[in-house]
Design a protein around this ligand. Structure first.
Ligand SMILES: NC(=O)NCCC(=O)O
Ligand SMILES: [Zn+2]
Ligand SMILES: [Zn+2]
Length: 483
């Protein structure tokens, strides 16, 4: 049985050309003119692009005394309906819990996944068992390790632990990730604000200004450089953090930066809303910033100093957010975006001329596929690649509304935004999961995608670090010691 995507324009990270695409057994088997097959999807007027990859989601995540409300069923359904065909979620061991044990728990969440997925493993504590099980994790095809520099007393690791883990990543050819905020400063700032009677959601933003993120980003970059390993900085929200990444890259360091669609499009004025629920629904870390920071992030995507747009999808209902009435530090941190990332980025990026369609493909799919060792199975329109594809109709429009979304929560931080550019079809390994407004998401269709360690950037960087490492000076005639 073959499916042909007909009369579309193929758009990849570097090419745009008219072609039909043949799909058989879930993979792309031919790309060319005038193809025919058993079933045809009409792509007239559309772009045929690699499906989106969201490398930063928290589905059914235990956090701040509750669980994020979208699980692998509703989360992957939301992803597919917005053109995202793969998610990378975070496996979070509790302090003292073995990595393999945590992985079993996370595996058990994925039975209803509608699209393919992978995991990053979080390093939430340190010890010989963690050091050992990092190798087992890599053997299981999980080759990226997340470090929280914030959430003191919960997920946070200190510099000593981070340096040890980064060195282990270097040995294994794995990629360390960081949530970069100075957790000690945030903890004290939080207490000071609460003591002064600032208990509302706006104080969440006051407790973690851009400097707090910039300092941590610089520190993580230094630690990665000392360990001789590339670094991926998640949810880069401000110029201070972007500047650190830009500077490191100009010095030849291998640092990647990931802004979120929320930080690109929503700003700090949201926290001034007089409606407590409205402001609390937007509480996330780092918080939304001002327009100057947004301009910096957009410029980073256009110039290549930032490489990936993600969502950090971590959705809590209004009822869950209300745990923090009277104390902003108890508002579960996180916002949604899985369904909206691609349409909002197209509307605010491509439709305004801030990004080209090829850059759109790069930052939503291909770049992260390369960084995480998924390319060209994912992130590509090539013969042999998985048929994870989106047929993108730049003329389709809708107004984002919680009333029509797939996510399980009762609001949407992008509510009321009119988007131009939406999927006509979305295919996950050849299965047509979305045809305009009709969904046919198959629970359990999604598979775990194992990844290879030691990708080309890791190999090149460790080779360079070995060649340029400080060397012992061979001396003759060492004087006899002392007295
Ligand atoms: N970002 C956020 O506020 N919640 C999810 C956890 C994290 O990524 O920090
Ligand atoms: Zn984070
Ligand atoms: Zn996150």
């Amino acid at each position: 049985m073959s499916t042909i995507i007909k009369n579309g324009t193929v758009v990849t990270a570097d090419l745009t050309y008219p072609a039909d695409v043949r799909i058989e057994d879930g993979v792309i088997t031919e790309i060319g003119p005038d193809l025919s097959g058993d079933k045809t999807l009409d792509a007239t007027g559309c772009y045929v692009m690699p499906g989106g990859i969201d490398p930063h989601t928290h589905l059914e995540m235990p956090f701040m005394g509750t669980y994020s409300s979208d699980d692998f069923e509703s989360g992957t359904r939301a992803a597919l309906s917005g053109g995202t065909t793969m998610v990378v979620d975070f496996c979070l061991p509790s302090p003292g819990q073995g990595l393999m044990d945590a992985l079993t728990m996370w595996d058990n969440k994925t039975g209803k996944a509608g699209c393919d997925y992978s995991f990053h493993m979080a390093i939430t504590w340190w010890g010989e068992e963690v050091w050992r099980q990092m190798a087992d994790t890599v053997d299981r095809g999980i080759t990226s390790f997340k470090h929280f520099m914030a959430y003191k007393g919960a997920l946070m690791v200190d510099d000593d632990e981070m340096f040890s883990s980064f060195q282990r990543c270097a040995e294994l050819g794995a990629l360390p990730l960081v949530h970069a905020e100075n957790g000690d400063v945030v903890a004290q700032m939080t207490q000071k604000l609460l003591d002064a009677g600032n208990s509302g959601p706006e104080a969440h933003a006051y407790s973690r200004p851009p400097e707090v993120e910039g300092e941590a980003t610089n520190r993580a970059i230094m630690i990665a450089d000392m360990a001789g390993v590339p670094l991926y900085v998640v949810h880069v929200s401000c110029e201070q953090s972007h500047e650190a990444i830009r500077r490191a890259r100009q010095k030849g360091m291998r640092v990647f930066g990931e802004p979120l669609i929320q930080h690109l499009t929503l700003d700090e004025s949201e926290y001034q809303n007089p409606d407590w629920d409205y402001a609390a629904r937007r509480v996330m870390s780092p918080p939304f910033r001002n327009k100057a920071h947004q301009d910096s992030l957009w410029a980073g995507l256009a110039s290549g100093s930032l490489q990936v747009v993600a969502t950090d999808h971590c959705a809590f209902t209004t009822a869950q957010k209300r745990t923090g009435i009277g104390n902003f530090a108890r508002i579960p941190n996180g916002t949604g975006g899985l369904e909206d990332r691609m349409p909002v980025l197209w509307t605010r990026g491509v439709a305004t001329g801030r990004l080209t369609p090829n850059e759109f493909v790069a930052v939503t799919s291909t770049n992260i596929a390369k960084i995480l060792g998924l390319y060209p199975k994912k992130g590509a329109v090539l013969v042999g690649a998985d048929a994870d594809l989106v047929v993108w109709d730049p003329a389709r429009r809708k107004t984002i509304s919680a009333a029509t979304q797939q996510s399980a929560i009762d609001y949407n931080v992008f509510e009321g935004i009119s988007v131009e550019g939406l999927p006509r079809f979305v295919l996950t390994r050849g299965h047509v999961a979305v045809s305009e407004d009709a969904l046919d998401v198959r629970q359990g269709h999604g598979r775990f995608v194992p990844r290879e360690a030691k990708n080309p950037v890791n190999r090149a960087f460790s080779q360079w670090k070995a060649i340029t490492a400080p060397r012992q000076v061979e001396r003759t005639g060492i004087p006899a010691s002392g007295v």
